[in-house]
Design a protein. Structure first.
Length: 181
């Protein structure tokens, strides 16, 4: 992976740049990602973000390594509940989901669908498979299928946070709420 990569929404009006290596490359199968993904990918022109397994692919980066280069005026948030601490951010110009943010966290989970297929980092693990009705029994065994978040997951998050001096940057480039239509 190169030191800097630009990631575009489907129509090209919104561009994020990521620097350095990702913290973790995962598929999430939690109820929230499946629920929000079903809503977001039904929007006109939106790419599919939940696969046939019910997984949403994410590449996790420290917030201080993600920059909005263009299209901040297009970024809107979607929350499952008004008081949710997580939000999915979508480029409204073409309904491309860009990232998931735990607003009190120091990282962003960027949607894997943003990466050109030949540059998408290798999958490391699946998380929250315990939320599936079959507890993940039918999933492939190509990577670890974890029922919840693992110690490895939290150790990577903690290591990145320590490297950031325990800072939690705030994003100033999301411009409001996604229109429900």
């Amino acid at each position: 992976m190169t030191d800097r990569l630009e990631l575009n929404c489907h129509c090209g009006k919104t561009t994020l740049a990521v620097r350095g290596r990702p913290m973790l490359n995962v598929e999430c199968l939690c109820n929230s990602c499946r629920q929000a993904g079903a809503v977001l990918q039904q929007r006109p022109g939106a790419p599919r973000i939940v696969d046939n397994k019910g997984a949403t692919r994410f590449v996790l980066y420290r917030k201080d390594r993600v920059q909005c280069l263009q299209g901040a005026d297009q970024l809107r948030e979607h929350r499952i509940k008004d008081d949710s601490k997580t939000r999915r951010v979508v480029a409204q110009c073409c309904n491309t989901p860009m990232f998931l943010e735990f607003t009190q966290g120091h990282w962003l989970s960027l949607y894997g669908a943003l990466w050109p297929s030949d540059q998408l980092p290798a999958l490391e693990l699946r998380t929250m498979v315990g939320d599936l009705p079959d507890q993940g029994a039918a999933l492939p065994k190509d990577v670890a299928n974890l029922k919840t978040h693992s110690a490895r997951f939290f150790i990577r998050l903690l290591g990145a946070w320590l490297a950031m001096g325990l800072r939690t940057p705030r994003l100033d480039y999301v411009r409001g709420t996604l229109d429900p239509n």
